[in-house]
Design a protein around this ligand. Sequence first.
Ligand code: AMP
Length: 267
Amino acid sequence: MKLLRSGAEVRETLAADRAGGRSIGLVPTMGAFHAGHLSLIAASVARDDVTVISLFVNPAQFGPSEDLARYPRDEAGDAAAAEAAGVGMLFVPTVDEIYPPGFDTWVDPGELGTVLEGAVRPGHFRGVATVCTKLFEIVQPDRAYFGRKDAQQDAVVKQVVRDLALPLEIVACPTVRDPDGLALSSRNAYLTPEERDLALALPRALQAGATTHRSGGDAESAAREILAAADGLEVDYVALADLDGPTLAGAVRIGSTRLIDNIRLED
Ligand code: AMP
C-alpha cells in the first residue's frame, strides 16, 4: 500500500500509468470507511486500471460550530480496507498541502451551493467544490466516483466539472443502506441505539414521500408528516429539488448528530 502525502508524490507515482495509457479512477473521501465508501471503491476498481483513494477531512467544508474536531478518523483501518479492496494508493494530504499558507483561491458553485444543505451550512459547498477541484488537478483522474447519498454534492461537482471544462467524468453511485433502510454514514457512529431507531424515520419519510409522489400527491407533506411524529428529531428541511433529476431530499438533527438522505423520484 502506497501512502502518499504530497501532490508531487501523487503526480510522480501516476506518471508511468498515464504514459502507459492506463485509466485512473479517483474516490474522494473523508475516511472512516463503511460499505458506502467501499461500493465507490469497488466501482472504480471494476472500471479503471488504477484507483486512487483520497482521504482528507476537509476543514473548509465544516462550519465553525460543526463536528470537524470529533469527525471519526481511522487512517490505519482505512488503509487496510483499501488494500483488501485491491487499491494500492491512498492519498492522505496534510491540511497545509491542500491549503498552503496564504491560500485564498476558491471555487464557488453559486446558486446551487446556497439551497438545501447550502442554506443550513453556508460555505459548505464552496469548501467541497474547492477541495474537489484541487484533488482533480493533483490526480488528474479519468473518472471520479461519488455517492448519491450526497445528491446535492454530486450535482455541485458535476456543475463545477461542466463550468470549468475539467477533463473527467463524474460517476454517481447508488446509496448503500443498512437492511432496515438507514443510509450508511460515518456520522451514524455518533448515534446511541435509541437515536439510531429514531433516525429510521428519515428513510421511511422519504420512501413515503416517493410513494405519495408516484400516486400524484404531495411528497414533501407526506414526508414531513412522518418526521413530525418522530419525537426528538428536528427537521432542517424536506424538499423536492432537481438534483440530477427529481429528488426528495431531507436533513434532520437527532441530539447533536445531523443526518441527510434523499430518494430519486424517477426510480
Ligand atoms: P464522505 O467520506 O462522507 O465524504 O463520503 C465520501 C464519498 O462516499 C461521498 O461521495 C459520499 O457520497 C459517499 N458515500 C457516503 N455514504 C454513502 C452511502 N451510504 N452510499 C453510497 N455512497 C456513500
